[in-house]
Design a binder for this molecule. Sequence first.
Ligand code: BTN
Length: 246
Amino acid sequence: MDSILWQIREFAEIDSTNTYLAQEAQSGAPEGVVARADFQSAGRGRLDRSWEAPRGVSLLTSILLRPVVPLEQRFLVSAAVALSARTALTRLCGLQPELKWPNDLVVGDRKLGGLLSEVVGDGEGYVVGIGVNLQWPGPEGVGGTCVRDEIGVSIEPRAMLDITLGELGRRRPLLDSEDGRAELHQELVGALVTLGQVVRVERSQGSITGTAVTLERDGTLIVATTEGNEAVRYGDIVHLRRAETL
Ligand code: BTN
């Protein structure tokens, strides 16, 4: 049974479901409010990028959660949503995407979806936005993919949202305890295709190359380079190849 009463608000068009829900959260909206749109005129991605999709071909949604989690484990809130979306896809159509650090859904090295998590106030809430390419692989030239191109199945955004929320209802209580958070962390490690890859980490101050070896309990990715271990907290990751030995 779901631990949360979901309240889904649907829009034919909106600027950004994250922007909308962050405002609602500031005004006291309860945990479980969800915004879904057929089209966003100002969709936002990570690292101040935009997120664009034609009408009706992607899941474009934001979910308000209000767990009390230690600062260093906040990343598990968006992880719970990413893992729920991943399982929802498997249940809906058999596709099993993997997760790419920090928060992408990928099939091979093709991006299927991404998450944008925003903290409300001092941690009184989290707006977790997720965009999943269902029937359109994303803008040209970015190497994206979609469910239809991968397995020839057209999934409706609302169907994917309903199953994702069912999955999230099961994971949400895990955020409330240390043991539960450890369980989520383990599920994340199992789904994270980045671990064991030789990666290039691209950040504004330059890039580093090494092997992604561990996901710390605070969400930091440890990358072993020829100069020693680097703790990576943000940035873009490029998977170069699987490491031969760890
Ligand atoms: C990324 O990979 O950069 C994250 C993309 C997140 C996009 C989703 S779509 C629904 C929600 N509303 C937004 O404006 N962004 C997120």
